[in-house]
Write a protein that binds this ligand. Sequence first.
Ligand code: AN7
Length: 352
Amino acid sequence: MTAGVLSRYAEWLPIGEATPRISLGEGATPCVSSRVMAQQMGLASLHFKLEGLNPTGSFKDRGMVVAVAKALEQGSRAIVCASTGNTSASAAAYAARVGLRAGVVVPAGGIASGKLLQAQVHGAAVLSVRGGFDAALRLVRELSERYAVTLVNSVNPHRIEGQKTAAFEIVDELGDAPDVLAIPVGNAGNITAYWRGFREYRAAHRCSHLPRMVGAQAAGAAPLVLGEPVADPMTVASAIRIGNPASWQGAVDARDESEGLIDSVTDDAILDAQDRLAREEGIFCEPASAASLAVLEKAVGAGAIARGAHAVCVLTGTGLKDPAAVSAKVAPPVDVEPTADAVAAALGLPRA
Ligand code: AN7
């Protein structure tokens, strides 16, 4: 079978004969079971959906491939997005792949170094603006109304359509929907997309039930928890440093229709979850992604999610893009003499 979201889920997507079947090999990411955390939390099972294994290192590729294919189909020559980092990396890569121009508008000083680098190496025009992601999104929305350029933020419906395929994959791999789906929430496109994916699969009898949706925000950027926009969002999880999510209603619908919840956790809890995923599960995800685990743990601890549930935690992006977020927590390399004895002493190894 041909790789990529467009080929594998064609009949579920708004694409036709005229839509170019482009791909960078996105989707088909692993859903791996936890080694220790399911037991620690008392869950019947816990799987991590490793979206950092997509071609540009985040889930954004699933929606970007659809948005860019549709832009090509419609004769567009250029795409634009606002981004906290991963959307710009993905837009830049897919634009390069198909020969479109890409412009990305990012909050000045506000995105992880690896994400910025991706947009740059793929040849996008990178512009930074004051005022954070929310201001950048307002700007590109106006731009796309007044100029000949396709907006590829998740306000573009093709993005959500592509991203819903991750929910399909979870059901296809696990055999049914989980009881609980934990997911970070920034601009709220992805929680909207997963909820749509599960509902479409349920309607087609591909799964027997729908999961409760558990959305995760950072305490300093938690508009959906507070019930009102946050003017100056702050969190170490720069991907979800968003104060006025575009898909606000989609997130609220997912929460309420699924009898789920959206809660927030502190930056310390986020970094601790990221650290434990790396050390105890072998998974290096970015801080925003780890928020999903932190909120799931909080919800189980509070009794809002029953022990014994089958849960999936969506780890939306790789940790490699954001070294600054973890640099304070890791030890520098230890200088040793280049001898086996010196290395053995440093490692505390007993003799064979
Ligand atoms: C790793 O790249 O908004 O709730 O501009 O990069 O669908 O916004 C990224 C968001 C979670 C939140 N995890 O998803 C952007 C951007 C990671 C992310 C989210 C993002 P949405």
